[in-house]
Design a binder for this molecule. Structure first.
Ligand SMILES: C[S@@+](CC[C@H](N)C(=O)[O-])C[C@H]1O[C@@H](n2cnc3c(N)ncnc32)[C@H](O)[C@@H]1O
Length: 304
């Protein structure tokens, strides 16, 4: 039987034919091919003469059909890059975003600056999804004790698998539950970090089609204002932070000032700062817990 030999160069041409020749379509094509063949994207053009096995060609065609139907590349390949980590993702978890890398950087910067005061900082990642934030912090700050939570058991399964694959399973504790309910009521942390759902339900129509069709709604929406999760986290965080502890939150640029306004001037908080992403949009809120937990949480209500 005649066997058709196909090269990587032909595969690339097919991918561009199916997906288009724009920069983003080319990037998607290269990412798919790189993942398919275990090559770095920069090596794809160097290996254009390499032949593909028939199974690889068939898989590529299936992947291109899925991409042409709008499915994100990361769900097709099951992999996403985040701060140098290669993470498993599936439709039960949000695809980690570049702006969240900035959120992690802000937390790591604080942990480095406070390394003498807090040599083994306890860090809580609320709504961990794929585990991106928790695992990046555990990987880049080897002394940190990290706890990661989520209400989605499916997401926690993915996050646990990522931890195991990265050899970080002993460094990160995973706990199911609704925001701070996932940890003990008197448990305290040097840093609480979260990228919670922050899209208003009425903003559905403004989301990109691939986000609407493929990403988990429980990771995206937070009530009619988009602020429900942020409000809950901001209200509860003082009980779970040590004096001077950091609250670091990702949020929507159009509501960043409003959320900062909740903390500015409040007696629990100081050092309220908004950080811009690479496009100059405020996407990260930082604040420090001003007062120490001098009293037990059970007494907290009386004192507030
Ligand atoms: C925007 S995604 C962030 C995922 C991941 N941290 C990241 O940055 O890629 C929000 C996550 O919060 C989780 N979540 C939603 N409501 C929650 C709740 N009430 N308590 C804990 N986690 C929640 C979702 O399941 C989802 O994994």
């Amino acid at each position: 039987m005649l066997r058709v030999v196909r090269t990587l160069g032909e595969a690339l041409a097919l991918a561009i034919d199916r997906l288009g020749a724009s920069d983003s379509a080319r990037a998607a094509a290269e990412e798919l091919l790189g993942r398919l063949l275990g090559l770095r994207r920069s090596d794809i053009h160097l290996e254009r003469g390499r032949t593909l096995a028939p199974g690889e060609w068939a898989r590529l065609e299936a992947w291109l059909r899925r991409r042409a139907a709008g499915e994100p590349v990361q769900y097709i390949t099951g992999r996403a890059a985040f701060r140098g980590l290669d993470l498993e993702v599936d439709p039960s978890v949000l695809i980690p975003r570049p702006e969240t890398e900035g959120l992690v950087e802000a937390v790591l910067e604080m942990l480095r600056a406070e390394a003498v005061r807090w040599p083994q900082p306890r860090v809580l990642d609320l709504g961990t999804g794929s585990g991106a934030i928790a695992l990046a912090i555990a990987s880049e700050c080897p002394s940190a004790e990290v706890t990661a939570t989520d209400t989605s058991e499916d997401a926690l399964r993915v996050a646990r698998r990522n931890a195991a694959a990265l050899g970080l399973e002993t460094r990160v504790r995973f706990s199911p539950g609704d925001w701070f309910d996932a940890v003990d009521s008197d448990e305290r942390f040097e840093a609480v970090v979260s990228n919670p759902p922050y899209i208003a339900t009425g903003e559905w129509d403004y989301l990109p089609e691939d986000v609407r069709a493929f990403e988990p709604q429980g990771a995206l929406f937070s009530g009619s204002s988009g602020l429900d999760a942020l409000r809950e986290i901001v209200d509860e965080a003082p009980r779970h932070l040590v004096a001077g502890g950091l609250l670091a939150l990702e949020l929507a640029e159009m509501r960043a000032e409003a959320v900062a306004g909740w903390l500015e001037g409040a007696r629990d908080w100081g050092g309220v700062t908004l950080l811009d992403d690479l496009a100059g949009r405020p996407r990260v809120l930082l604040a420090r817990r001003e007062r120490g937990p001098a009293i037990a949480p059970a007494q907290w209500e009386e004192e507030r």
